[in-house]
Write a protein that binds this ligand. Structure first.
Ligand code: ZN
Ligand code: ZN
Length: 759
């Protein structure tokens, strides 16, 4: 007897070779019917005997292709009047779109394609754009769903007969590989330099320029990149000037895992990440004596390493056989450049040639960055390879919400029903160029699934460009979410924790609901709201935002104006700092603090790290937000040491951590800066543990969610996770969602959805 059924497969099932997989499975089991993409999911209509059909259903879920993720199957009987067969067919796509459908993330070159790339007998030998159903560009070339060639940037490349045959052959691994291409019909390399060239010649020119100590702009998959020899100190310094990026570490691409192990200490977790389909930049300890210039990671013990993830990168690395700096093609915090004209205008003057091609980039994707803490991968920047895969929301949004994020490391999120899609990181939202990239990303996020978000979520800070953008919605349709509530809600939402929960946000700066800047907060939270339970003591930010760039100023702020609990840090203890600084600057800051001139108060943990870094002589000026904390962690080098003194007070119904005893102890304890840096980290572990334990008891919960950029610090996070776990609490930190401001939009979406749902 024949059973007839209709199956909807939901999850990441488009652009991952799912339809060919269904075809092969059905053919093998003798099932008749068809399979098609429908919006964001796949619909299978199947008829067969009960046993094979049951096996078919089980295999759909259990044996799906490597990069597919089947979230659920919806099975229903097929109406009588539908006729199927004979045989099994891959049908045309149905363009009707469910909400929140998004293109799949890009996938690194697979092993089969890699073999062809270096096989002289293969017709795609050394072809820089080969791909298949298991690998290749996806989100970066898609303008619409369903994911078909006609809606990708490949539509300008008609298939040659050989590619067309592969595309149509269900037994071929390129069956319905939408970006399929070959040297006869696909995109071509071009070299814009002294002597323009194409194809293999273009590659040769680019390699020669890099080998010669040059900087080459390479058109990658989600944007242009600047590439140079990582061992050439002078070139790396020149690259830093070109990018206007004096200090921030640069990522290094190496040919393979063995090469990664020569540059860095790669454990099994890092190895798994490096070789994953997302192929992110992985932050790992730098190996002493690594064949990489010190200028790549100045003063740091960590290095960002990644493997080639497109055929073009594989060819470059195979040719040059050395670590290469591969960094986004942009200046400062500006968005990565995606168009050829922009590259020629902005990058040509600062590089020695451009290696481009004629496949357009339709969506801007930076490389993702991940670090491993206690064997868990923690995403630091979620972009290529991860975004825009949807993430679950704990409370479904009753209507679509566009969450506009904050300012630094900006992202936007779209919440539809019980899912949120976080767009790729578009840089620091501080100028017109980044704002344009943000508008473009927000537009794409809504356009592909054809969603009109009637509600927006934004930060409390009225000065952020993202908050100003929110004014496009009527006041009644704007949901303002406190920055640190968004941080801890992001972590809670990602892990689907039960409410209420304790939120610990250690962060740079975010506007609090009392008009001061927050950043060292313990919140008793639900998704809808929170009560502030504890905070770090305040200190003035002398000169406001200027203090962020100058940790030495922050140190003066703590010396002259730390919140008063009856004790001061005797300035003579800070003699090394004070004698290092221009006495006029010290006097100016002292006057500003005494008179409260342009000295907003903040309870930020990040700023306390700044002050400590300056007091220890580790960092007086920060080339980027958070540099002082990064250098302080590097100085501590994972070291041990007893915690310094610390004290809690009660003030206005809150617990307050008073860092004055800590700073006094820091300056009078003596010993090498490295040891003091480590002891400071261990102090904060104790403080956080004490406050979180107290908050958990008050709330009657065991759940603690960590958030905020300070938790990018592995030494601190490892300590806090260990200590709170030992105290019997269940601790969560952002894993798929960054703890830094890149995760704010997702947290805003979770909060807004819960408020709209009235829960
Ligand atoms: Zn492949
Ligand atoms: Zn072809």
């Amino acid at each position: 007897m024949t059973t007839r059924t209709r199956i909807e497969v939901h999850g990441t099932v488009q652009g991952v070779g799912f339809r060919p997989f269904v075809y092969r499975l059905a053919t093998r089991l003798g099932i008749e019917g068809d399979v098609r993409n429908a919006g964001g999911h796949v619909v299978v209509r199947a008829a067969g005997a009960a046993d094979p059909l049951a096996q078919f259903l089980a295999s759909l879920r259990d044996s799906a292709p490597r990069h597919a993720r089947v979230e659920r199957l919806e099975v229903a009987p097929l109406p009588e009047d539908v006729t199927l067969g004979p045989g099994f067919a891959v049908a045309e796509s149905v363009p009707a779109l469910p909400l929140a459908a998004q293109p799949p993330p890009d996938l690194a070159t697979c092993r089969d394609c890699l073999r062809e790339l270096f096989d002289p007998g293969d017709r795609r030998y050394r072809y820089p754009f080969l791909n298949c159903t298991a690998c290749g560009p996806r989100a970066t070339i898609v303008a619409d769903l369903p994911y078909d060639r006609a809606s990708t940037a490949m539509r300008g490349f008609p298939l040659c007969p050989a590619c067309a045959a592969e595309y149509r052959d269900p037994a071929d691994r390129r069956f319905h590989a939408e970006p399929i291409a070959c040297p006869d019909c696909g995109p071509r390399l071009a070299w814009w330099g002294e002597t323009p060239a194409h194809g293999e010649d273009a590659l040769r020119e680019a390699c020669a320029a890099i080998a010669d100590g040059g900087i080459v702009a390479v058109k990658g998959v989600g944007g242009y990149q600047l590439v140079c020899d990582a061992g050439a100190a002078d070139t790396v310094s020149r690259l830093r000037v070109a990018k206007n990026r004096p200090a921030k570490p640069l990522a290094v691409m190496v040919p393979d895992v063995d090469a990664a192990a020569r540059v860095s200490l790669v454990d099994s977790a890092a190895r798994e990440l490096l070789t994953s389909a997302a192929a992110p930049i992985v932050l790992v300890p730098r190996r002493p004596g690594a064949p990489v210039a010190e200028e790549v990671t100045p003063g740091l013990r960590e290095i960002g390493v990644f493997l080639p993830y497109t055929p073009l990168h594989h060819l470059l690395l195979a040719e040059l056989a050395r670590p290469l700096v591969v960094t986004s093609g942009n200046r400062g915090g500006e968005p990565i450049i995606v168009d050829d004209a922009g590259a020629r205008e902005a990058l040509a003057p600062v590089c020695d040639g451009i290696l481009g091609h004629d496949r357009p980039i339709w969506a801007r994707y930076d490389d993702s960055v991940v670090r491993v803490v206690r064997d868990r991968p923690l995403v630091v920047r979620r972009a290529r390879g991860y975004a825009p895969a949807p993430l679950p929301l704990p409370v479904a949004a009753p209507e679509p919400v566009l969450a506009l994020g904050a300012e630094l490391k900006h992202t936007t999120a779209l919440a539809v029903g019980a899912a949120a899609v976080v767009g790729p990181h578009t840089g620091d939202l501080e100028d017109a160029a980044t704002f344009a990239a943000f508008e473009d990303a927000a537009h794409k996020l809504c356009e592909v699934p054809r969603v009109q978000p009637r509600v927006c979520a934004c930060d409390l800070h009225p000065g952020y460009l993202s908050t100003q953008y929110a004014r496009r919605w009527p006041a009644a349709k704007r949901i303002a979410v406190q920055h640190h509530h968004a941080h801890v809600a992001a972590t809670a939402a990602e892990h689907g924790v039960r409410e209420p929960f304790v939120g610990v946000a250690l962060d740079g700066l975010g506007l609090g609901d009392d008009g001061t800047f927050w950043g060292g907060e313990v919140l008793l939270a639900t998704f809808r709201g929170y009560r502030r339970f504890a905070r770090f003591a305040t200190a003035p930010l002398p000169g406001g935002a200027a203090a962020i760039r100058r940790p030495a100023r922050m140190a003066l702020g703590y010396l002259f104006g730390a919140e008063d609990f009856g004790e001061r840090v005797p300035p003579e203890l800070a003699e090394p700092l004070l004698s290092r600084l221009d006495p006029r600057e010290v006097e100016v800051v002292r006057t500003m603090v005494d008179r409260g001139l342009n000295c907003p108060l903040s309870s930020s943990a990040g700023r306390l790290f700044d002050a400590v870094a300056a007091l220890l002589g580790v960092c007086d000026d920060a080339g980027y937000e958070g540099e002082a904390a990064v250098r302080l962690e590097a100085a501590a080098d994972g070291g041990a040491g007893a915690p310094l003194a610390w004290r809690l007070h009660r003030r206005d119904g809150l617990w307050v951590y008073d860092p004055v005893p800590t700073l006094r102890d820091l300056l009078s304890a003596g010993g090498p800066a490295a040891r003091l840096a480590a002891r400071f980290h261990h102090t904060l572990v104790e403080v956080v543990t004490a406050l979180a334990t107290e908050a958990a008891a008050e709330l009657g919960t065991r759940t603690v969610c960590l958030g905020g950029g300070v938790f990018q610090n592995a030494l601190l996070t490892t300590g806090v996770l260990g200590s709170l776990t030992a105290a019997g609490l269940e601790v969560f930190t952002g894993q798929r969602i960054p703890v830094n401001d890149g995760g704010i939009s997702y947290g805003q979406a979770a909060v807004a959805a819960a408020r709209l749902a009235g829960r």
